[in-house]
Design a protein around this ligand. Structure first.
Ligand code: ZN
Length: 261
């Protein structure tokens, strides 16, 4: 299957991406099959669609591996890496969960991310939610939807991890930092694929071989708020060998949180 720029623009427009849109994009380049022009054409198409009044945010996560600097490669896909290097894009300074942003509000969207919990209040995800932006999943499902980690923090689910990381500060010196609110496993987010569909909050299309899903952040928060108020375990996975979700379940039990629900 062969995909070109006009396919990308017309199909993405069909699911609501247009002038003034503010979107968080998670993507897999290989999901399309073959794209004429590769990742740069996907990036150009998105920029053209949202225009000078819109915003595009992509994760450029580096996790806790190595020493972070502003030029560290994104570990979450080819499209994010090309996007990060685009001349019109700026990147937040977060040492584990940085984001790259294009658009009118880019400075405001990344502001102070360094000082915040990666997905906490005041993080770029919080900013996009406040702007009633949308989430776009290109060839990936909700297990890659980073916005759900923000929802975990928004509802103060009583499981959080802490990691120590190193980064290069603005003087080029290596510094240490403790990151609170480091996210856990996201495989349990797979149950959201059906949930969001059933709730009617997803628009979908197919571009080449890639399934593209679009949902509004406000709908996602509203949908999950109804579930999480009764079930703090909902977003955790049930794999027997998942020590992260096992730890998270223990933290919920120890918190006594449920007793007051
Ligand atoms: Zn798990």
């Amino acid at each position: 299957m062969k995909v070109n720029k006009s396919d990308l623009i017309s199909k993405l427009n069909e699911v609501g991406i247009s002038k003034n849109s503010t979107i968080i994009v998670h993507s897999s380049l290989s999901s399309f099959g073959y794209v004429e022009g590769g990742a740069p054409i996907v990036v150009d198409s998105l920029k053209e669609l949202v225009g000078s009044e819109g915003n595009i945010l992509m994760p450029t996560f580096t996790y806790s591996k190595g020493v972070f600097n502003q030029g560290s490669s994104s570990l979450v896909g080819k499209i994010t890496e090309v996007f990060r290097k685009d001349k019109d894009v700026i990147r937040s300074k977060h040492p584990t969960h940085s984001v790259a942003v294009f658009g009118k509000d880019q400075k405001r969207l990344v502001r102070n991310h360094f000082y915040k919990e990666p997905f906490g209040i005041g993080s770029p995800w919080w900013n996009v939610w406040k702007m009633e932006g949308s989430i776009v999943l290109i060839g990936v499902d909700n297990t890659k939807n980073s916005f759900i980690h923000f929802v975990e923090r928004l509802f103060e689910l009583p499981y959080k991890r802490t990691v120590n990381v190193m980064y290069k500060d603005s003087f080029g010196k290596i510094a240490k930092r403790t990151i609170n609110g480091y996210p856990g496993d996201s495989l349990g987010f797979n149950k959201l694929n059906n949930l969001f569909e059933e709730q009617g909050i997803v628009k979908s299309t197919k571009i080449g071989n890639s399934n593209v899903l679009v949902m509004n952040t406000v709908d996602v928060v509203e949908c999950l708020s109804k579930i999480l108020v009764n079930d703090l375990y909902y977003l955790l996975c049930d794999r027997a060998d998942c020590y992260r979700c096992e730890n998270a379940k223990n933290m919920i039990r120890e918190s006594g949180y449920n007793e007051y629900a």
